[in-house]
Design a protein around this ligand. Structure first.
Ligand code: MLT
Length: 398
């Protein structure tokens, strides 16, 4: 049996599976301890009521012959794509065509599957540290990415440079895992660079909902020239609590064409219609409601809740005098490991001493060797408890 031997290049487990495995082992050894997960970016608030009602109605429609629906359009129902186009116009001032928005079961799938439409020999560049899906999916294809490192020296915001020669450039803004963000001028430099080099930007906007400053870009299409070089990958997971529901979309502008005139939008639609049967009707009705006035108000309330958690984490880190970045316009805080520990040592230390689960920075790349990532996605009560435990730990160590 010939297997894809590139899989052997991967680490033994996917980062978040490894963290979950170690957490389960620890919890089994300490059954009475409240283990607090500030690790994977999974939401803790339930779906907005208005979304649940829409899905209930859709569910009921599916139970009646007159309103039952079988296969839907592979790229998403027209009413959902139109709703998203309206959202871009009213919220971002960005004009899209309905068929530039292609609905899917989430950003993780799209980020992986988009590689299908590019030549096997393309080169890719990504940040170090990075969301592990970008790296692992390329390693699976036998590619060795170029990395641009996010370090103290560049304020964790690497900019384009002559060393980057790749066909595909991954950008995540606000960034996972560092929680920092590019402003308009910085993003413009990336767009100009991509256009000058004929590169395509895969722009992961999964955390754009956390930006609450209108001077910052929430879509790459707010930047002039981006329609010619960027695909935007979006998710309802963090925005509307869809991590377990699964719905996202990717914007593929029709201006994005190869030098010989082939449209990436056409290729992506072709790929999706062959390999994907679309997101369920029920989920798409729920997603449609997210973009209604009532849905967006509920989304804002939930985001405010998570922002409050992150603020508390940052305040605690300030008290502890631990150095960190992120946590503004982002659910993630990127923390320098205290006490000269490396990332996994720090993970074990925090788990053993406080029952707090973090994500070890090394899991996002070598630049994360001495960092951990914390999230604001847990409940406020748990976040407060975690912060109290960190402060108590510091007291104990003195
Ligand atoms: C993360 O923790 O980085 C994300 O939740 C992972 C994901 O969205 O797949």
């Amino acid at each position: 049996m010939q297997i894809n031997r590139h899989f052997l290049q991967l680490s033994e487990n996917y980062l978040f599976s490894e963290v979950a495995k170690r957490t389960r082992t620890f919890q089994a050894q300490h059954p009475d301890l409240t283990v607090i997960k500030l690790s994977i970016g999974d939401v803790s608030l339930p779906l907005p009521a208005v979304v649940v009602q829409a899905m209930r109605r859709a569910c009921s429609e599916m139970g009646h012959r007159q309103t039952f629906r079988g296969y839907g359009p592979e790229i998403g129902y027209p009413w959902l794509r139109r709703t998203i186009v309206d959202f871009y116009r009213t919220q971002y001032g960005v004009k899209l065509d309905d068929d530039e928005v292609i609905v899917s079961d989430g950003a993780k799938s799209d980020l992986s599957n988009l590689l299908d439409i590019f030549d096997t020999k393309v080169t890719v560049a990504m940040c170090d540290p990075v969301y592990p899906v970008y790296l692992d999916t390329n390693l699976m294809l036998g590619r060795q990415p170029q990395f641009f490192r996010a370090t103290v020296a560049n304020n964790f915001l690497p900019m384009p440079s002559a060393e980057i020669t790749a066909d595909i450039i991954y950008l995540c803004n606000p960034a996972n895992p560092t929680g920092v963000y590019y402003n308009r001028a910085q993003l413009k430099q990336w767009v100009d660079f991509a256009r000058a080099h004929g590169s395509v930007i895969l722009y992961d906007a999964a955390y754009a909902c956390f930006i609450n400053d209108p001077s910052l870009p929430r879509s790459i299409y707010e930047i002039e020239g981006a329609r010619e070089c960027a695909l935007e990958i979006c998710s309802l997971s963090k925005m509307a609590g869809f991590t377990g529901v699964r719905c996202g979309y990717t914007v593929v502008p029709k201006n994005l064409v190869t030098t010989d005139g082939i449209s990436l939008n056409r290729l992506w639609q072709r790929r999706q219609s062959t390999k994907f049967n679309g997101v369920s009707y029920i989920v798409q009705r729920g997603a449609e409601t997210v973009f209604s006035a009532e849905g967006l108000a509920a989304v804002e309330r939930n985001l405010a809740y998570y922002r409050r958690n992150v603020k508390l984490i940052r305040r605690t880190l300030d008290q502890l005098k631990w150095s960190y970045v992120g946590g503004k316009h982002s659910p993630y805080v990127w923390v320098r490991c205290p006490g000269m520990r490396n990332a996994w040592e720090c993970f074990d230390f925090l788990l053993q001493e406080t029952g707090i689960v973090c994500t070890p920075g090394i899991g996002f790349g070598t630049a994360g060797e001495n960092y951990i990532r914390l999230t604001g996605f847990n409940s406020y009560a748990n976040t407060r408890l975690a912060c109290q435990r960190l402060l108590a730990l510091a007291q104990k160590k003195h």
